[in-house]
Design a protein around this ligand. Structure first.
Ligand code: HDE
Length: 711
């Protein structure tokens, strides 16, 4: 078992801020011991409460001020500590120390999030996921504030408030929560051709991940690396999950939102607690500066990817999450990311979306955390000490000695000194810029459909079906037919059969959008963009399909064992051991929470009852464990519940293992209706059922059999 409580420089630093209430006496915030925490001070037993009750006043006042504004976007999040280990030096490309000394370990704090929903909304919303990483390097904090999708909706930061207003609940009635399926979102999107590539990602299963540990992470924008000689490369950052990129079905996502809205948060927490540490390969696509114009899109355009076939991702290290926070508010809620937290060796580009972000993040922390001293909150402190002449402000913690708080000074011996480049002083990359001051979009940003096509073309049949169904679901919630029609018109530029399919199901006709369209901002009109050359973008990129992901591990997979009294202890134990030895998680589900009496006489305590959980919370099911247990499960009280588990898991393309004695359950379920071989259905007749089950779980789902399983 891996060490559950690893430590590092950042965790040691945090330790000094921690307290425990163990074996202590209750006190006020001034340290005064409290004698009665049950009764306020009154004039007589039934009398009015006295204003002088400073203990009551302190307690209630603090309570009244417990809430801070939630993040305007990415409000709902889950965080974890971890470490980044450099496996291959990038010295040739960057002077950032944490990327140059092979073997070096850098503490990190990572926060995953949904974007649109409030802090209390479901984890399973169809949405982009934030993937924000704070590297506590010896040269200061470096924040890579990315997403689980490599592109964005808009090309310029000035549109961000409009995008967010459109996707958030509608202002008149605050409906719907954590959902893009409503009029205002699709109104905005249908008028925003540049968002079409992102819409393909958002309507794909990437928007409903199985877990945070099974998502990719992307820096999205093109950044710059600068090496010791001052030479720059363009870079795109990628995190690739060791567990593969896997998602749930949309029907499943909606049900999980009811049964366990904390599904992702819980999975991350439990994985780390059990030593199943989530891991990602960290890599970059590197482009020499002189190749800037080699692509048929602009590297500064955040609605474009660089296909991995054109520039492969070079893996250089591992990100491991190995420790849960001790306090959600102090760490996950108060952590403050900012794409402008840089270290020498990494710099920005002129991507107009990134440029706007550089203003927004500090501004938002000032509102959210309430003071320019938010960098002093323990989770935000750099591991190297901070020295400057900034002073005072709300909630200042640092006690800077001496009478000097200005520069230049002679009284303080000139300290703190500016650092020379050779001493690690940050200098911005000396990019040559020229131009007239102008509000305009570069012509190199105007191709809005080619990469949307590339994405769609790269999907397998079942992925395309999921994407179509997502669009049908979302647009069916749009009450204004003109918006549905306009959206279908946009889809028609991406794929004609996709547009037809959606149109048919949302009650509109495919009509050619007329351009120039007066409703679109002038430079959003996709005139002349569908030239033959661009139409040629019918090629595909393997990296864009989740079907090609890692399918060789069952680490962290949750398998429900549905058993009842009389269950065969040996069978359960053998299979459980096999699954757990590969780091899967086995949870027993029984008719009630009463211990299950097994044939060996020993009892097994179920974690769930057939009523308290549902198949959507599991990756796979094992049914039975002998004739007696199966008979119990077939009893009237249990039968329909067990069959519901089986049928639902079957519908969601999961692995199901029917043990000896469960023939009746098998036959009564939809699985019994199958006509063909199904690699994820394991029965008593299989020669090597356990290994077949393990392989099926590792493959995640038999999506390719979804149509058959649902007829
Ligand atoms: Fe953000 N974004 N964003 N964003 N973003 C915030 O900062 C903003 C964008 C991302 O776990 C806010 O601290 C603007 C792209 C993540 O704490 C805010 C624009 C990408 C998180 C903000 C963008 C992101 C945020 C809200 C367009 C992927 C959560 C709270 C110019 C590369 C970080 C906060 C966490 C959070 C602004 C677009 C990622 C308001 C103006 C593109 C992962 O400052």
């Amino acid at each position: 078992m891996k060490d559950k409580k690893p430590t590092n420089d950042k965790l040691d630093q945090l330790e000094s801020h921690k307290t425990s209430n163990e074996e202590t006496k209750l006190t006020t915030n001034q340290g005064l011991k409290i004698n009665d925490n049950q009764n306020s001070l009154k004039a007589g037993e039934r009398g009015a409460t006295l204003l002088e009750d400073f203990i009551l006043r302190e307690k209630i006042t603090h309570f009244d001020h417990e809430r801070i504004p939630e993040r305007i976007v990415h409000a709902r999040g889950s965080g974890a500590h971890g470490v980044f280990t450099l496996k291959k030096s990038l010295k040739e490309y960057t002077k950032a120390k944490f990327l140059t000394e092979t073997g070096k370990e850098t503490p990190v704090f990572v926060r995953f999030s949904t974007v649109a929903g409030s802090r209390g909304s479901t984890d399973l919303a169809r949405d982009v996921r934030g993937f924000a990483v704070k590297f506590y390097t010896e040269e200061g904090n470096y924040d890579l504030v990315g997403n689980n999708m490599p592109v964005f909706f808009i090309q310029d930061a000035i549109k961000f408030p409009d995008l967010v207003h459109a996707v958030k609940p509608e202002p008149h009635n605050e409906i719907p929560q954590a959902a893009s399926a409503h009029d205002t979102f699709w109104d905005f999107i249908s008028l925003m051709p540049e968002s079409m590539h992102m819409i393909m990602w958002l309507m794909s299963d990437r928007a409903i991940p199985r877990s945070f540990s099974r998502m990719e992470g992307f820096g999205v924008h093109t950044f710059r690396f600068i090496n010791d000689e001052g030479k720059a490369h363009f870079v795109k950052f990628h995190f690739k999950p060791k567990l593969g990129v896997h998602s749930v079905a949309w029907d499943e996502a909606q049900k999980i939102s009811g049964v366990d809205p904390d599904f992702h948060k819980r999975d991350l927490w439990e994985s780390i607690e059990s030593g199943n540490f989530p891991e990602w390969d960290f890599g970059v696509q590197l482009i020499p500066e002189e190749d800037e114009d080699k692509f048929d899109f602009d590297l500064l355009d955040p609605t474009k990817i660089i296909p991995e076939e054109e520039v492969p991702v070079e893996i250089f290290g591992t990100l491991t999450l190995n420790r849960n926070p001790d306090n959600f508010f102090a760490e996950t809620e108060q952590v403050a990311f900012h794409p402008g937290h840089l270290v020498p060796g990494i710099d920005f580009t002129n991507d107009p979306l990134l440029q706007g972000r550089l203003f927004s993040y500090t501004d938002t922390q000032l509102l959210r955390l309430g003071s320019p001293n938010f960098h002093e909150i323990p989770i935000n402190r750099s591991v190297n000490t901070v020295h400057n002449n900034q002073r005072d402000g709300h909630m200042r913690q640092q006690i800077v000695k001496g009478k000097v708080s200005y520069e230049p000074n002679s009284i303080g011996g000139g300290c703190p000194f500016q650092a020379m480049m050779s001493e690690g002083g940050f200098t911005s990359h000396q990019e040559r810029v020229s131009g007239t001051k102008i509000r305009a979009r570069s012509e190199s940003f105007v191709d809005h459909y080619s990469q949307a096509k590339l994405f769609y073309n790269s999907q397998t049949d079942h992925e395309k079906t999921h994407l179509q169904n997502a669009l049908i679901f979302e647009l069916s919630k749009v009450t204004i037919p003109e918006i549905r029609e306009r959206m279908v018109g946009q889809l028609n530029f991406i794929d004609k059969s996709l547009a037809q399919k959606v149109a048919l199901n949302v009650g509109v006709e495919v009509k050619e959008l007329e351009f120039p369209n007066k409703s679109l901002p002038a430079d959003s009109n996709p005139v002349d963009l569908q030239s033959e050359e661009r139409e040629a973008h019918t090629r595909a990129s393997e990296a864009l399909s989740m079907a090609n992901t890692v399918k060789n591990t069952i680490q962290g997979r949750k398998i429900g064992f549905i058993i009842a009294d009389g269950a065969d202890f040996g069978t359960i134990n053998d299979l459980k051991n096999k699954l757990e030895s590969e780091n899967a998680v086995v949870e027993i589900i029984a008719p009630s929470l009463a211990p299950v009496k097994t044939d060996s006489g020993s009892a097994l305590t179920p974690k769930h009852s057939l009523t308290s959980t549902a198949s959507v919370c599991f990756d796979a099911l094992f049914i039975g464990a002998g004739e007696d247990s199966a008979k119990e499960l077939m009893k009237a009280d249990n039968k329909h519940k067990v069959l519901h588990f089986i049928n639902e898991a079957y519908k969601h393309c999961k692995a199901i293992y029917f043990d000896e004695g469960t023939k009746a359950l098998y036959k009564n379920s939809n699985v019994g209706l199958r006509k063909h071989e199904d690699p994820a259905i394991v029965t008593w007749e299989d020669p090597e059922p356990d290994s077949k089950f393990i392989q099926a779980i590792a493959s995640h789902r038999v999506w390719e059999l979804e149509a058959e399983r649902n007829t």
